[in-house]
Ligand binder design. Structure first.
Ligand code: PGA
Length: 253
């Protein structure tokens, strides 16, 4: 059985004190839930939230450098993330690919480096609206998945989380239908099975991301291939994110 994992990507939001307040309250609100809960605050808040005595919520970063140290002005190395307490790191988010020129090769380098330092990557893959309309969704996610995992040893694969995030669904209020998301995630798992075998593919967790909200999480999580969610906007609010994490308590409609 794969343990569900719900992660909040705060993007470029929240001050240090806001981050501390939300982490403390969230940790209290989700303590008893049998789901892995991760939040990814901005870099500036990482050491403050890491200093909190949180019992449940784990901390991730939103990005990591392709290098361990050296003359890379403005970059944050995996060693620094481990040093503060991060256990996860988002790699290859579509906003980084789109706005900061992150390539498949860089994503792959980051995945290697993160794993080498004991950080669990949350690797984002997903197609644009144009690619979806052109019927290229499968080809895009298969090629991004293969590129991200190139050269990764089989025993490291279960430490990786993949987030399928269709770009057109991020921050737009549009969600892939649960069936659609399940199908694409099934394709990603099949791709992993072709490289590493069924057993390994059956262990890797694959999330859906893109306008996940309290009112669509239950249906998404009911899909057999979907192991969790990467949540942007709705993770900034205690009530909303708590309701997402506690989705199993929602009344069946
Ligand atoms: P959203 O963002 O939930 O605001 O659509 C998801 C993400 O970018 O990870």
């Amino acid at each position: 059985m794969r343990k569900p994992i719900i992660a909040g990507n705060w993007k470029m939001h929240k001050t240090v004190s806001e981050s501390v307040g939300l982490c403390e309250a969230l940790d209290r609100a989700v303590q008893d839930v049998d789901i892995e809960v991760v939040v990814c605050p901005p870099f500036t808040a990482l050491s403050a939230v890491c200093a909190l005595a949180m019992r449940k919520v784990k901390i991730g970063a939103q990005n990591v450098s392709i290098a361990e140290s050296g003359a890379f002005t403005g970059e944050i190395s995996p060693l620094m993330l481990v040093d503060v307490c991060c256990s996860y790191v988002i790699i290859g988010h579509s906003e980084r690919r789109q706005h900061f020129g992150e390539t498949d090769a860089m994503v792959n380098k980051k995945v290697h480096l993160a794993l080498q330092h004991g950080l669990r990557p949350i690797v984002c893959v997903g197609e644009s609206l144009m690619q979806r309309r052109a019927g290229e969704t499968e080809a895009v996610v298969v090629s991004q998945t293969k590129a991200a995992l190139a050269g990764i040893a089989q025993e490291q694969v279960p430490d990786i989380v993949i987030a399928y995030e269709p770009i057109w669904a991020i921050g737009t209020g549009e969600t892939a239908s649960a069936d659609d998301a399940n199908e694409v995630i099934g394709t990603i798992r099949k791709t992993i099975a072709e490289i590493y075998g069924q057993e390994t593919a059956g262990r890797i967790r694959i999330q859906y991301g893109g306008s996940v909200k309290p009112d669509n999480i239950r249906e998404l999580m009911a899909q057999p291939e979907i192991d969790g969610a990467l949540v942007g906007g709705a993770s900034l609010d205690l009530k909303g994110f708590t309701a997402i994490v506690r989705y199993h308590e929602q009344q069946q409609s």
